[in-house]
Ligand binder design. Structure first.
Ligand SMILES: [Zn+2]
Ligand SMILES: [Zn+2]
Length: 150
């Protein structure tokens, strides 16, 4: 696959994680992972599907969903639940917060490492097995706030 050379490190990461779990490296997994990693950071399964439909015409939406879930499981993507609209998948793995516009649904990264250790500890004390924590800030984006003023 000649196209593999375009994003060697992105692909290598996926291949290493799949092999570590004894999972097969399929072209669908490679292309879906690459679409998530190389396009705008927060993508819905439908958006990923649109990107991969061009390079892998036989791919179905359920396959895209299942593969995105697998990438989350492998630690290569995170699910961002905004409470509105479709679930978005984020390929940026370092801790950061999100701001969601309740008017237009715009989602932006907030470069603040989340300090949720206390909440995570409480969850663990309650018998919960914490995976990771997310901070979502709700409000209006700059554009929507500006429109409201005029
Ligand atoms: Zn907005
Ligand atoms: Zn993000």
């Amino acid at each position: 696959m000649a196209a593999l050379a375009e994003h060697p490190t992105v692909d290598e990461e996926l291949v290493a994680r799949l092999r570590a779990r004894g999972l097969r490296v399929t072209s669908q997994r490679v292309v879906i992972h690459r679409a998530l990693r190389t396009h705008a950071q927060h993508l819905s399964a439908e958006q990923v599907f649109e990107h991969v439909a061009v390079s892998l015409p036989g791919t179905s939406l359920p396959t895209v969903y299942a593969t995105l879930e697998l990438l989350v499981e492998l630690g290569l993507a995170r699910r961002v639940s905004t409470g509105a609209g479709p679930t978005l998948f984020d390929s940026r793995l370092e801790p950061h917060a999100h701001a969601v516009c309740s008017e237009c649904g715009a989602l932006a990264d907030i470069d603040e490492p989340l300090r949720a250790e206390a909440a995570v500890r409480r969850a663990r004390a309650a018998g919960f097995r914490p995976d990771h924590a997310q901070l979502v800030i709700w409000g209006r984006c700059a554009k929507c706030a500006e429109n409201q003023r005029s």
